[in-house]
Design a protein around this ligand. Structure first.
Ligand code: HDL
Ligand code: ZN
Length: 424
C-alpha cells in the first residue's frame, strides 16, 4: 500500500507565490459553467474560426463607435467576410487593438501558433480552413485546459430544437446542457401560444392547468437534455414578487422542477435589452438590479440552490453580502461587461475576502469556440495575483500552507464548487 505522500509544506513567500502561479496557470478548468458553445453535432450553431472570432458582437459594438463612417445598418448589410475585414482594418490596423475583446482575438491566434506579427488575414483563414471542427474542438479544449463546458440550450430556438428532437441526448460528455427559459419567464405572452401549439394546456392568464403544464414542459425537456441548471437572463428592472407572470411561473413551475431535478435555478440579472436596437445582438446595456428580489427568492426557497451572476459592477458587493446570508446562493463569474481585467480583479478580491472559497470565480460566456482559449488565459493570471496576495497574508500570521491545499482551493473556484452543488 503506497503511503500517502506527506503534504508539501510551503516554507517561504517565494515558494508560495511560485506554487500559486503554477496552480492557477496550469490547473484544469473542471467546468466552464456558462457558454454559448455547442458540440459539433449542432452544426452551424457552433461558431468557430477567424471571421466569427473577429465579428464577435463585443467587437461590433466597438467598430460602430470607432469607425462611424459605417453605420450599424451598413455593417450588417456586409457579408461575414466583409464584416471581418472591416473590423480587422478599423479595430486592429487603424489603431492599437488594446481593448480586452481585441486582445482576445490575438491571444487566440497566438495560442494556435499563428504569426500575430504578420497581421496576415489570409494565413489565419487558411489555418482554420485546413482543420475540421472536431479537430479544432480537441485543440481548443486542450489549449484552454478546460474539461467541460455548459451550453445554453433553448427549446424555443427553431434551429436547435429539431436537433434535440431527432438525436436526443448529448453524446460528447465535454458539453453539458443548461435549459434556458427566457422565453417563458421574460416573454410569457410569446411563449404561451407556442406551448399551446406543442400540446401544453396553458393560458395567457396562467389559469387552469397552466402552471402544472409548464412544469410538464420543463420536465419533458429536462428528460431530453439533462440540464445541469435552469437559466434565465432577467432585466435590471426584474421585480419579485410582482404582478408579472414571472413570479407565479418561478414559484409554481421553475422552482418545483429545479427541486425535483436537484439542479440550481440560475437567474442572471442586470441586462437592459437593446438600448440601441440598431446594434442588434451587440445592442444590450447594463443596469443595477434590485438585490432584494434575489434575497426574497433565496429566502422563499431555502431548499433550492440559486446559481447567480449579476451584470452590474454596482451589484457585486450586495451579491457577496447576500451570499453570506443565504447558503443556497452561489455567485458565479465576471459576466459580459465585467469580464475585463480591472473588474475581474476587483470582484475576485471582494469575493475571496467576503466569501472565502465559496463561489465560482469565472465562466467564459464564449460564443465562439476559439474564445475558450483567450477567456481563460486572460483570467488565470488575475486569479493568481489575487490568491498570491491572500495566501501571503495567511502566511504572515504563521499559518502553514501546502501545495495540495492550494490545488484544492483553486479547483473549487474554477468550477469544483459547481460540481459539488450538483452532487457530482
Ligand atoms: O444572456 C446571456 O447569456 C448573455 O451572456 C448574452 O448572451 C450576451 O449577449 C453575451 O454574449 N454576453 O457575453
Ligand atoms: Zn451568456
Amino acid at each position: 500500500m503506497r503511503t500517502p505522500q506527506a503534504p508539501s509544506v510551503l516554507d517561504s513567500r517565494s515558494e508560495i507565490a511560485n506554487q500559486v502561479e503554477r496552480v492557477c496557470l496550469e490547473a484544469p478548468i473542471p467546468v466552464d459553467v456558462h457558454t454559448h458553445l455547442y458540440s459539433p453535432r449542432f452544426g452551424d450553431l457552433l461558431l468557430w474560426g477567424f471571421d466569427e472570432l473577429v465579428t464577435y458582437h463585443y467587437l461590433i459594438a466597438e467598430v460602430c463607435r470607432t469607425n462611424r463612417a459605417v453605420s450599424p445598418d451598413a455593417y450588417y448589410a456586409l457579408s461575414k467576410r466583409e464584416q471581418a475585414d472591416h473590423i480587422w482594418r478599423s479595430l486592429f490596423l487603424d489603431e492599437s487593438p488594446i481593448s480586452e475583446a481585441r486582445r482576445g482575438v490575438l491571444t487566440a491566434l497566438q495560442a494556435f501558433g499563428l504569426d500575430v506579427e504578420s497581421r496576415d488575414l489570409e494565413q489565419y483563414r487558411e489555418f482554420f480552413a485546413s482543420t475540421t471542427v472536431e479537430e479544432h474542438v480537441d485543440r481548443v479544449f486542450a489549449a484552454a485546459n478546460v474539461e467541460k463546458v455548459v451550453m445554453t440550450n433553448d427549446p424555443f430556438d427553431d434551429q436547435e430544437r429539431p436537433i434535440w428532437e431527432q438525436q436526443g441526448l448529448e453524446t460528447d460528455d465535454r458539453f453539458l446542457a443548461a435549459l434556458r427559459i427566457d422565453k417563458i419567464l421574460v416573454t410569457w405572452h410569446e411563449a404561451q401560444p407556442v406551448l399551446s401549439g406543442w400540446g401544453y394546456d396553458v393560458a395567457a392568464d396562467l389559469s387552469g392547468d397552466t402552471l402544472s403544464e409548464v412544469r410538464r414542459f420543463l420536465t419533458d425537456w429536462a428528460g431530453r437534455i439533462h440540464p445541469v441548471y435552469l437559466a434565465v437572463s432577467l432585466a435590471s428592472s426584474f421585480a419579485y414578487p410582482s404582478d408579472d407572470p414571472s413570479t407565479l411561473l418561478i414559484d409554481e413551475a421553475v422552482i418545483p422542477v429545479c427541486r425535483e431535478l436537484g439542479v440550481p435555478f440560475a437567474p442572471m440579472l442586470g441586462v437592459k435589452r437593446l438600448i440601441n436596437p440598431a446594434l442588434q445582438l451587440a445592442g444590450d446595456g447594463v443596469g443595477k438590479c434590485d438585490i432584494a428580489a434575489l434575497e426574497r427568492l433565496c429566502a422563499n426557497h431555502a431548499d433550492v440552490s440559486f446559481f447567480v451572476t449579476l451584470l452590474s459592477r454596482e451589484n457585486q458587493h450586495e451579491l457577496c453580502v447576500a451570499a453570506r446570508k443565504f447558503p443556497n446562493l452561489m455567485p458565479f463569474g465576471c459576466w459580459w461587461f465585467l469580464n475585463d481585467p480591472s473588474l475581474i480583479e476587483e470582484m475576485t478580491r471582494m469575493r475571496v475576502e467576503l466569501l472565502g472559497l465559496s463561489f465560482v470565480a469565472q465562466h467564459s460566456d464564449c460564443r465562439i469556440l476559439d474564445q475558450l482559449v483567450y477567456k481563460w488565459r486572460h483570467f488565470r493570471p488575475i486569479l493568481a495575483k489575487v490568491l498570491t496576495d491572500k495566501y501571503l497574508d495567511l502566511f504572515a500570521t504563521g499559518w502553514q500552507l501546502t501545495t495540495e491545499q492550494i490545488e484544492a482551493d483553486v479547483h473549487a473556484l474554477l468550477g469544483g464548487n459547481f460540481l459539488d452543488m450538483l452532487g457530482r
